[in-house]
Design a protein around this ligand. Structure first.
Ligand SMILES: CC(C)(COP(=O)(O)OP(=O)(O)OC[C@H]1O[C@@H](n2cnc3c(N)ncnc32)[C@H](O)[C@@H]1OP(=O)(O)O)[C@@H](O)C(=O)NCCC(=O)NCCS
Length: 173
């Protein structure tokens, strides 16, 4: 398995993985699938912001997972904090793909001099909670019934990773 920067050639696989998670999981709190144009615009926006979109690619070049981050909140004061997401294709879950994607994404956030990485995780998602714990994330909050999908309320857990120990933020770049 290789972890690579995504190109537009990966977008059909990313679209499929994303829409499967929309349709069948509570990892994404949307119920409507997206189309190719939506992923293309999302991808170009991430690139324009200088943010990574990584893919996990099998030796036969099949893309089986992706990971990315964006600004956590829009205000200037949050510019050293990113929120990420990662998705593994359903047939490839539980086989170590997440364990490859997440540390690669953490390295990218460090390269960009980010200070904090945040994961928002549906509270029953044990695979994601365990994956994040293994890579040093700590649970910072548990918000009750802030989401709704599949006719049930969903709790949201926030997990946070400190990326460096600098005592003060550097000047805005
Ligand atoms: C969550 C997800 C990204 C994890 O990736 P993955 O490739 O399946 O996970 P890995 O095989 O690398 O395993 C990561 C850790 O989770 C554990 N794990 C995997 N599947 C698990 C499951 N179903 N239940 C409990 N723990 C599980 C593994 O044991 C491993 O922990 P360890 O390293 O301490 O042994 C993936 O399952 C996924 O895409 N799920 C659907 C979408 C989603 O939930 N995305 C995250 C949104 S926050």
């Amino acid at each position: 398995m290789n972890i690579l920067d995504a190109t537009e050639d990966d977008l059909p696989a990313i679209l499929e993985i994303y829409n499967e998670a929309v349709a069948n999981t509570t990892a994404i709190w949307n119920e409507a699938s997206v189309d190719f144009q939506n992923r293309k615009e999302w991808f170009r926006e991430r690139k324009q912001l200088g943010y990574p979109v990584l893919v996990a690619q099998r030796e036969d070049k099949k893309t089986v997972g992706f990971a990315t981050f964006g600004d956590w909140r829009a205000w200037d004061g949050y510019r050293y904090t990113v929120e990420h997401s990662l998705y593994v294709q359903a047939d490839h879950r539980g086989r170590g793909v997440g364990n490859l994607l997440l540390p690669a994404l953490i390295d990218r956030a460090k390269d960009l001099k980010k200070h904090v990485m945040i994961a928002g995780i549906e509270a029953s998602n044990q695979a994601s909670i365990r994956l994040h714990r293994r890579h040093g994330f700590e649970q910072m909050g548990h918000m009750r019934e802030v989401g709704a999908k599949f006719k049930q309320w969903l709790d949201l857990i926030f997990m946070q990773l400190m990326l460096d120990e600098r005592p003060y933020p550097s000047a805005p770049s």
